[in-house]
Design a protein around this ligand. Structure first.
Ligand SMILES: Cc1cc2nc3c(=O)[nH]c(=O)nc-3n(C[C@H](O)[C@H](O)[C@H](O)COP(=O)(O)OP(=O)(O)OC[C@H]3O[C@@H](n4cnc5c(N)ncnc54)[C@H](O)[C@@H]3O)c2cc1C
Length: 614
């Protein structure tokens, strides 16, 4: 058997990688331990939230599947970050944990050129510096031009609940042992990371009257292909409660029994998604921590207890849960647990997510030291595109930091490495006003169109929206407002004018919103909600966007200085020894990337530029 691209794994990274590669025309074999666990959500049921929602929109804009899938399978959706300005504003939804994977598997099974194969890969076949395919645990060999590893928490996975530990990748699924060994044997530096999940509780045992109810508050869609969410049912609520002193004292008294604190776990845990025992131990002065109850299915009783990820023994989990308002009589369906697993240190990858030492071998997702469905899916998409391009002899794509959160994440991973599980945060992006949820299509759909990953529908919708935005901006720029309009403006509660100004500039003023302005001076053609939001945001933040753009151009000039592939950094005597060693380890592709390698001095970047100009 032979494929252009083999994808190992059908988790969130594997699904996007396999779909993208097949949609680009590669023949793809997607090998996975259990096909029925495709796109499984082992932890929370949510997609989106700050920065993660941005990733989901970018995946969509680039032709990926995640956003389309969540729009069709969600049970709850909210707009988040609404009070913090347009850069942070995004969506967060809860998926039905059966429907989301089912629908994703449907997309894979109906994708021409893509074959799903059930089984476990034991090793990577390499010969003379090239990656030639994979060997299955059964002994069968499958050849390919490129391989994408997306094995999540499976490699040497060990699950911990209190003092109990077992070899497993996650609840109900075995760990894989051979492949981690194979990756080490071809020289990859591997580490051990850890993540954890929360207990699941029985809905019927909860007193919801003692908690705050949070209803869905929007029907705005994740995908640019949808005008609104694709679910017709009445959406479900979720609930908020809080820990208290009694919760803290039970956890404190049992810290020594937590696998995290007893020394049983060696792996490094996520800094930005700490366990409940971490929160109690690290912030002893904090009176309480919020806890959210999220419904995992439309029609089943399981509730996910967001905020209580733990590796304490099951009986301690039940005891601390029963201290929370509303959970005094709670029944636990399943305890939380922690999982330790092998990761590939991502500074061994190029910005295309290809292993630098092994052309044709790519990796994406949790195995690269990240945590989260969206982080995994975004990397899977980029690795899938580049694996297909590698196999088909096309140019690779690299997303810039100024272009996308995906670019920020990949650049961080391959340039700085990951010392603990990497999670996307808006604060990691330096150009975040330009990397908004609403303009992800403007930033990335042109790339999807260029490489052939945008469907006809996506391309058409993108063109329509772009035209709408441009027309509306031109219309407002051509409309002059002045003192003679003051009675009208005043009647609508809008600020009055002393001189003349274009309606577009007027829109940038505090207290002026597009809806009110358009009610007084309507457009002849309808303007969609998406286009309206973008016009208003561009008008209001024009000054800051212009400032940011000049910074982006400066950085782009550094990115355009490519560093020759075979350069011997250690031989560059004009550069300090420390910088030479750091550059030799990361092997940046551009001067821009070199300037972000931790510990490389600015003076050494100038020296590198001088050397490259010679
Ligand atoms: C217990 C637990 C807790 C988590 N907690 C959090 C959290 O708090 N916050 C957060 O953001 N994220 C959390 N996650 C992580 C989230 O689930 C992952 O980030 C996401 O699922 C990773 O996607 P992935 O595609 O990289 O890997 P996965 O979804 O793990 O998929 C891996 C795929 O690889 C396949 N596979 C593995 N080895 C082989 C092999 N040798 N041959 C063939 N197929 C193979 C598997 O069958 C599977 O399809 C948690 C995950 C677990 C298991």
């Amino acid at each position: 058997m032979r494929y252009d691209v083999i994808v190992i794994g059908s988790g969130h990274a594997g699904c996007e990688a396999a779909l993208a590669a097949a949609r680009l025309g590669a023949s793809v074999g997607c090998i996975t331990v259990r096909i029925d666990r495709t796109a499984h959500m082992p932890c929370n049921c949510s997609i989106g939230g700050p920065a993660k929602g941005h990733l989901a929109r970018e995946i969509d804009a680039l032709g990926g599947q995640m956003a389309v899938n969540i729009d069709c399978t969600l049970t709850h959706i909210r707009a988040v970050g609404t009070g913090k300005g347009p850069a942070v504003r995004t969506l967060r939804a809860h998926a039905d944990k059966s429907l989301y994977p089912e629908r994703m598997l449907g997309a894979l099974l109906s994708q021409p050129g893509l074959t799903m194969i059930e089984g476990a890969v034991d090793s990577i076949i390499t010969r003379q510096g090239a990656c030639l395919g994979v060997k299955m645990e059964s002994g069968e060999e499958i050849e390919s031009r490129a391989v994408v590893i997306t094995t999540g928490t499976f490699l040497n996975g060990v699950c911990h609940t209190g003092e109990v530990k077992e070899s497993a990748a996650r609840h109900g699924e075995r760990a894989v042992v051979g492949l981690g060994q194979s990756l080490r044997s071809i020289g990859l530096r591997m580490g051990r990371f850890k993540t954890g999940t929360t207990p699941r509780i029985d809905r019927a045992s909860v007193d919801f009257g003692a908690m705050e109810t949070l209803h869905s508050d929007t029907t705005e869609a994740f995908s640019f292909l949808h005008d609104r969410i694709q679910v017709e049912r009445k959406l479900l609520p979720c609930w908020r409660t809080r820990t208290n002193e009694r919760t803290a004292s039970i956890i404190q008294a049992n810290l020594h029994r937590s696998a995290m604190y007893s020394g049983q776990i060696e792996g490094v845990g996520p800094r930005y998604c700490p366990s409940i025992e971490d929160k109690i131990a690290r912030f002893p002065d904090k009176e309480s921590h919020p806890v959210f109850l999220e419904q995992e299915y439309w029609d089943k009783e399981d509730l996910y207890v967001q905020g209580t990820s733990t590796s304490l023994p099951a009986e301690v989990q039940l005891a601390f849960l029963r201290t929370l308002p509303g959970l005094q009589d709670v029944e636990m369906n399943r305890p939380g647990y922690a999982v330790e697993y092998d990761v590939i240190f991502p500074d061994q990858l190029s910005p295309m997510l290809m292993v630098k030492a092994w052309p044709g071998l790519f990796s994406a997702g949790q195995i690269n030291g990240t945590s989260g469905y969206e982080e995994a899916a975004a990397q899977g998409l980029v690795a899938g595109i580049n694996a297909a391009h590698f196999a088909l002899g096309r140019e690779p794509i690299v997303l810039e930091r100024s272009q996308s959160y995906i670019g920020v994440m990949i650049d961080d991973l391959v340039t700085k490495g990951a010392e603990d599980p990497y999670r996307m945060l808006t604060g990691r992006a330096e150009y975040r006003l330009a990397l908004r949820h609403d303009n992800a299509d403007e930033r990335l759909t042109p790339i999807a169109r260029k490489i052939g990953l945008a469907s006809v529908d996506r391309a058409k919708r993108f063109e329509c929206k772009t035209t709408e935005v441009q027309n509306e901006i031109e219309r407002l720029k051509g409309l002059t407002l002045g003192g003679r309009h003051n009675p009208l403006l005043e009647s609508a509660g809008l600020p009055t004018l002393t001189g003349s100004v274009s309606a577009y500039d007027y829109l940038s003023r505090p207290g002026v919103v597009w809806d009110a302005l358009a009610a007084l001076f309507p457009s002849a053609s309808p303007v969609s909600a998406d286009a309206r939001f973008q016009v208003e945001t561009q008008a209001k933040y024009a000054y800051y966007l212009r400032k940011q753009d000049s910074e982006v151009q400066r950085m782009r000039r550094l990115e355009e200085h490519r560093i020759p592939e075979g350069i011997d950094f250690l031989a560059l005597r004009a550069i300090s020894k420390e910088s030479r060693e750091k550059l030799a380890k990361v092997r940046p592709l551009t001067v821009g990337q070199a300037s972000r390698v931790p510990g490389v001095r600015p003076a050494d970047i100038s020296a590198l530029l001088v050397y490259l100009k010679k």
